[in-house]
Design a protein around this ligand. Structure first.
Ligand code: DGL
Length: 245
């Protein structure tokens, strides 16, 4: 089975890693829209337009399933993509919600959602969590993490000061939804800031469980063949992928 994995940049590699580790496909096409990252600062129409253009790109590669490994695109463009696509298109929001509700049964626990400005504005996570009965939800835009990660900054003093800037008013939450696929790349730093206490929900792990349970996709014995594409600077994606995968 051949899958497509789409993100605005390198963040989707965190999802790709989970999918590769779980050996869910024998071929994967990764596409990062690095020429136009970040999506999280753009408006709804632009995010939908970019995502539909990505769908066009994947249509040329004969994939069997498309994974939108970008929360921002999943929050705004998933329905439009599904409407015109002939193959299944899976986003990361629903799997993330499912992963949280499987791991946090007590609806009074403090849940912190961190994501891009656009994802937070969409309330994609918040609305679904409220519907499930969670009472203590906080949402926080942390878009600067995306720029830092795209710059290759995943530890050190710059990242520490961004973490302090965003979290200085925060109590330690019981769970954090990493509502942007870039964030798993700095998850150890985030967790450490909160004394390693919160449970972190990661889109990659969530989507693997979702694909197995809801789409009946089974592990293969071989390591998948992966091809990388980018709208700019493909080598950067390949270099980061080599490091992380
Ligand atoms: N990795 C993306 C997400 O999950 C998008 C980051 C961005 O392009 O702003 O939201």
């Amino acid at each position: 089975m051949k899958a497509g994995v789409f993100d605005s940049g390198i963040g989707g590699l965190s999802v790709l890693k989970s999918i590769v580790d779980a050996r869910l496909f024998n071929e994967i096409i990764y596409y990062g829209d690095t020429a136009r990252v970040p999506y999280g600062t753009k408006d709804k129409d632009t995010i939908i337009r970019f995502s539909l253009e990505a769908l066009d790109f994947f249509n040329k590669h004969n994939i069997d399933i498309l994974i939108v490994a970008c929360n921002t695109a999943s929050a705004y463009a998933l329905k439009d993509m599904q409407k015109i696509s002939k193959i299944p298109v899976i986003g990361v929001v629903e799997p993330g919600i499912l992963a949280l509700s499987n791991n946090v049964q007590d609806k009074n626990k403090n849940i912190l959602i961190i994501a891009t400005k656009a994802t937070i504005k969409s309330k994609a996570y918040e609305t679904k969590l409220l519907k499930l009965g969670y009472k203590n939800i906080q949402s926080l835009q942390t878009g600067l993490f995306v720029s830092a990660i795209e710059e290759g900054i995943t530890s050190g003093e710059v990242l520490d000061s961004i973490i302090r800037f965003y979290f200085k008013e925060q109590q330690i939450p019981d769970a954090i939804i990493l509502g942007c696929t870039h964030f798993p790349l700095i998850q150890d730093e985030i967790k450490r800031y909160f004394d390693n206490k919160p449970l972190l929900i990661h889109s990659g792990d969530a989507i693997v469980q979702y694909l197995i349970k809801k789409h009946d996709i089974k592990a293969q014995s071989n390591i998948p063949k992966i091809k990388y594409f980018a709208s700019s600077n493909k080598k950067f994606i390949e270099d980061i992928a080599k490091k992380w995968l």
